[in-house]
Every structure is written in structure tokens, then in C-alpha cells.
Design a protein around this ligand. Sequence first.
Ligand SMILES: Nc1ncnc2c1ncn2[C@@H]1O[C@H](COP(=O)(O)OP(=O)(O)O)[C@@H](O)[C@H]1O
Ligand SMILES: [Mg+2]
Length: 372
Amino acid sequence: MFISNIKIDGFKNLSDINIDADKRINVICGDNAQGKTNLIEAIWLCSGLKSFRNSKDKDLINLNCQSFNIEISFENSFRKQNIKYKLSKSNLKDKYIKLNGVPLRNTSDLFGNLCCVVFTPEDLFISKGSPDNRRKFVDICASQIKNSYRRVLNKYDEILIQRNFLLKNISIGKSSADELDVWDEQMSRLGSYISVIRYAYTKKLNIYAARLYNEISQGKENLEILYESSVFDNLENRSDYNGEMANEYLSKLKKARQEDIKAGFTTIGIQRDDLISKINGLNCREFGSQGQCRSVALVFKIAQAYILFEETKEAPCILLDDVLSELDNKRQDFVLSRISDMQVFITCCENIKLNGNKGRTFYIKNGKIINR
Ligand SMILES: Nc1ncnc2c1ncn2[C@@H]1O[C@H](COP(=O)(O)OP(=O)(O)O)[C@@H](O)[C@H]1O
Ligand SMILES: [Mg+2]
């Protein structure tokens, strides 16, 4: 899949953007604070996911404008498609979103059409940072493949909030412990399902990432990625999330109940799970060097793109926001060569060397594309 044209106006500092994109590499070059990341963010928004910067809807509209307009034309092997996305300050609740002329109710309905993989400098710390980032990574990846998974996650989050609220009330004597039963049962089924999906994704990720890591380390090191569940000792060959697994989950919740009441939150469950990266058997989080952690981050992202390609039969668009300049030449070449059959948008401050890779460079200043 590739984007053929992008029009943006009134989105943050961007105005009058009209880009005919190259099928391969698009370099967005400009000084700091000129609107490079804003452009990547606008594309990403059309993939149906929330802003990777956690921007609020109203902050997406230019301070001096009443609304923004984004229009993206893209093509896959079957057809040309078009997304129109408009948001007005006067009506923030009512987004105007059209896919191929057909109005959609929510941003999330865009999901699964324009598939993107975004890579930002913060992602470089994925193997070092908190487990939260790794859970988020696997959840985004899995929901890109299975749209309905996002709804299950949202439902689980709602229940977790309710349960934690109840735990606090129980600890101050305002509610009774039996009231937990109804939440525990729902949580067990949803949590088991989420465990199955995450485990399956992690297994796939492990296959691709291990191969890629072997290449980037020139066969010197091996990488293994494991899903660490706080509930299940073993997830291999398990799929009965409404039966046996849910019962096991439920009994673990029951066992932890007193501790949960004391703590005032739910101490076990998928919100405590993690993705472990081991290099030559050692946990990267504790023992990885900066270079190793960067390599792990790269192979995570490339593997995400490959799995998306395999599952959807379409190459995703790769959005590299300011990451290439963070990498040494060897790693830059590695990334570009491994995604050579995909469309890429690269933002950077200086003109980067494309090393024979063909592409187009756009210069951005003060939110506008300029000639140079
Ligand atoms: N709602 C907004 N209206 C106008 N300008 C904005 C808005 N939100 C962010 N900006 C501006 O966007 C610029 C940052 O753009 P960004 O894409 O992050 O820059 P960079 O080129 O460094 O990636 C800043 O100058 C900021 O003031
Ligand atoms: Mg930026």
C-alpha cells in the first residue's frame, strides 16, 4: 500500500500542504519545530489510531483556525482509496470522517484501511522502559491485525477501573467483598482472551525478531522474546478462554483478593504482564547495552511491519519520525534495506544520505512546504 497524495490545512501549525508522495522514500526535512512530526501525526491519525503523542482533539486544530482538514489518497493492489478527515472547534464531538465518500461515525472506523507503522525516538527505549510501553506495543500490533481486539481491551480497562474503585470502597467499609464476584467473572474471561491474543502475537514477533536480530548482529547474538504472564504459568496451546482458562484466572483473582483489598488495586492480571527480550539469554532490560537496546527496538518495529504485511497481504506505510538521525550508519542502512519494498516517510533536520535509494525530499518551514 502507498500514499499518493496528502493535503493538510489547519492541523496544528500545518497549512496548505499538498504533497504528491513518492512510492518509496519521502524525506521531510526541516529545522526544529517546523511541523515535521505534525505531518507524521496527521498521517497516523488517518490510520484510525489515537495520536501517538496523546494530543487532545482540540489541540490538533491550529490556534488561529476554526478547523482542520486532512485528505489522504492511497492505493493498494486492488484500488485507490481516499480518506477525508475534518474537525471543527465549534463541534469537537462531531468529527467529519469519510472513507471513499462514505461517512464514518468514529475515528476508529478508519482502522484497517490505511495501515501504518510509526517509529519515534521514544520507541528506541522500548526494551528498557516500563512494561506499560511493551504491553501497549503488543496491543497496538495485535489490534492492527484483529480489529475487534481493541474493543475487548477497552472493555477490560473499564472493568479494571470499576474493580479498583470497588476495592478502595471495600477497604474503607463502604462496600462488601462479595460485590467483587461479578467483576471478577467478566475480568477472567476478557483477561484470558487478551492473554491468548498477546501470546500468539509474541510468538510471531519472536520468529521475525530473532531472524532480524541475528542479521543486525551479524550472527553474533541471538534474541528471544517471551510473553510473561502474571496469571498463567504456561500459555502454549491454550485457547479455551471462556472455559478452563477463565476458571484458572478466576481462582488466581480469588486467591489475591485479600491482598488486592489491602493494596486498593488489582495486583494480578494482564495489566501486570510484560514482554521480555533476552539477548544471549540475558534480559535486555537489565543487562542490555544502549546499542543492543536500539537494535531490539529496530527489529521490533520491522517485525511489526512484516507481520502486518503477512496478515493483511499489503505493505504498511512506515513513518520514521526523527529516528534515522539517532542511528549510526550501519543501523540506518539496516532499517532502509529491510523495508525496501514499503513506502517510507522519514523526518529529519539535515538532508540524510539515501545511499542509492530513490525518493523525494520535501522541505518544511513554518508549517508549509517550501522550495529550496
Ligand atoms: N494547535 C496548534 N496550533 C498552532 N501551532 C501548533 C499547534 N500545536 C503545535 N503547534 C506548533 O507546531 C510546532 C511543532 O511542530 P513539530 O511537528 O513537533 O516540529 P518538528 O518539525 O520539530 O517535528 C511548534 O512550533 C508548535 O508551536
Ligand atoms: Mg519532531
